[in-house]
Design a protein around this ligand. Structure first.
Ligand code: BG6
Ligand code: MG
Length: 213
């Protein structure tokens, strides 16, 4: 088998929290009169909360914002986002994701999460995947967000698997770049697949079963 482990991004791959991120940022941006649309949103995929805010503020035209104000805006977004997360349940884990994870595990592969999100533990709990993965590397244990490879390198270390034996699954161009920078192969979905950022660009996560063979 080509790989010993698969490292999954969370938002936009395992669950569709990417839409909740968009709505929460949109609400924050509207409250500040900052233009924000789905095209700008695509640049936020995989990027940490504070780095995302800086991208949104590129279109801000008011007086300079203090660090404290920026942190307040990031908190405002996260509070709205967390309200959406509270509504999530095991119903938000699709059959295709659950069946694919189980099939990959049955093939003997180790499975991990590599996400920039500090909300990762909460989301995994909501969708019934707490304790499912062999390793969870997330926004709480990294200092540099994607496209830096840190989050994936740490996941591989936690698993004890060499980078070249890991396959990263991503919906973000920044995440695909991070996987490649970490010396890993990358299979993409969604926006990253549309941008042909992966070694494989998939229509469905089910394709992983053949890719990993
Ligand atoms: C990534 C998302 O998974 O997590 C980004 O793709 C998000 O859009 C980042 O900004 C950080 O998330 P959180 O939950 O820590 O604000
Ligand atoms: Mg993502």
């Amino acid at each position: 088998m080509k790989f010993q482990a698969i490292i999954f991004d969370l938002d936009g791959v395992i669950c569709f929290t990417d839409e909740y991120h968009y709505r929460a940022w949109k609400s924050m941006a509207d409250s500040m009169g900052i233009p924000f649309d789905r095209e700008i949103n695509n640049r936020l995929r995989g990027v940490s909360r504070m780095a995302s805010l800086e991208i949104i503020l590129e279109k801000y035209q008011g007086p300079a914002l203090s660090q404290e104000k920026k942190e307040q805006l990031a908190r405002q977004k996260n509070d709205i986002y967390r309200e959406s997360l509270k509504e999530m349940s095991t119903r938000d884990l699709s059959d295709e994701v659950r069946e694919t994870l189980d099939a990959l595990r049955a093939m003997g592969l180790k499975l991990a999460i590599g996400s920039s999100s500090k909300n990762t533990p909460f989301i995994l709990g909501q969708i019934g995947l707490k304790g499912y993965f062999d390793a969870v590397s997330d926004g709480n244990n990294i200092t540099r967000s994607k496209p830096d490879p840190e989050v994936f390198v740490k996941a591989a270390q936690m698993l004890g698997v060499a980078p070249e034996k890991c396959l990263v699954v991503e919906d973000a161009v920044s995440g695909a770049e991070a996987g490649h920078a970490g010396g890993m192969k990358v299979a993409c979905l969604g926006d990253a697949a549309l941008n042909k950022a992966g070694d494989w660009n998939m229509k469905s996560i089910r394709e992983l079963v053949d890719i990993a063979k």
